[in-house]
Design a protein around this ligand. Structure first.
Ligand SMILES: [Fe+2]
Ligand SMILES: [Fe+2]
Length: 294
């Protein structure tokens, strides 16, 4: 990884010292869930507006939002486990005296608390631990062991940015449970620093890449992003409200509302990756199938 100036990590370290959360203290885990409130924004649910959606009553739709938010949190947690390992591997060879190393470790500390928070959230929601499908779970094992450099940070950035867009909207939505909103608020605040760090790492490293390396990082980033995006909603969530997971998945992927939601989640980060030359013509098909690119 290219050595970068200390300015950004130093600023991020100061900000971390000033404003960080302890989910054990800052989230009221014992507060009762509020009857009649959604667990996430209904319009962002994968089935919103589909023929299957029309067959559900209000109570079932709210129940689906409980399972779908837990699935997304579970995939967030899964990706945090991957990124903590990637960053720890990188720090293994780093100079322990410099701000960049200190910040990387601080970020791992943030993610560690987030993963505890998401785990507690899923438990509090009283739903299964969905996570990604077994196939993607296995692929993640290889990725966390091997990925490094630009595509490691670009994949981290994609996962962080798409969840950020969704959580920023969720945390302001008064129709949503205070618990979901508080977890999102904490995550949004701390992830803003992570995204600055990832962007800085990418900007510093891309100019030094050979053509071949650039091609490799473009491919890895597109494929990882595809896996993350397609994993957000585990099809088993549909079974929780009595729907056939296969048919529901088919309707979700073909749902223009959901396609718009995914493209909205990907809009900002794709603009950045494109600016950095990280989206080649050969990867456009993969990006489109991820739904993050319209
Ligand atoms: Fe996080
Ligand atoms: Fe993060």
């Amino acid at each position: 990884m290219t050595v970068t100036a200390d300015a950004v990590p130093t600023r991020l370290l100061k900000s971390s010292a000033k404003q960080s959360y302890d989910p054990d203290v800052d989230v009221d885990w014992d507060a009762p869930l509020v009857d009649g409130l959604w667990f996430m924004q209904p319009e962002r649910l994968s089935l919103y507006g589909t023929p299957l959606w029309e067959t559900l009553d209000e109570q079932q739709r709210i129940e689906l939002s409980r399972h779908e938010v837990a699935s997304i949190a579970g995939v967030g947690l899964w990706f945090e486990l991957i990124l903590m390992q990637m960053m720890i591997r990188e720090v293994y060879d780093a100079d322990p005296r410099v701000a960049r190393t200190h910040y990387a470790l601080t970020e791992v500390g943030d993610e560690c608390r987030h993963s505890v928070m998401f785990g507690q959230l899923i438990d509090r929601l009283g739903v299964p631990a969905y996570g990604p499908t077994p196939y993607v779970h296995r692929l993640g094992r290889g990725f966390k062991t091997l990925a490094s450099g630009v595509s490691a940070y670009a994949s981290i950035l994609v996962a962080e940015e798409i969840l950020d867009r969704w959580q920023r909207e969720l945390m302001r939505d008064e129709r949503v449970q205070p618990l979901s909103r508080m977890v999102s608020r904490i995550h949004v605040l701390e992830e803003a620093r992570h995204m600055s760090f990832a962007r800085e790492q990418i900007q510093a490293a891309v100019p030094g890449l050979s053509r071949r390396a650039l091609g490799w990082h473009r491919t890895v980033t597109a494929n990882t992003s595809f896996m993350v995006a397609r994993s957000l909603v585990n099809p088993q969530v549909y079974a929780a409200v009595g729907l056939d997971p296969r048919e529901a998945r088919r309707q979700a992927l073909a749902n223009p509302h959901y396609q718009q939601t995914m493209a909205w989640m990907g809009e900002r980060v794709l603009g950045f990756l494109d600016e950095q030359g990280l989206i080649g013509r050969a990867q456009r098909g993969t990006w489109r199938r991820s739904l993050l690119m319209p």
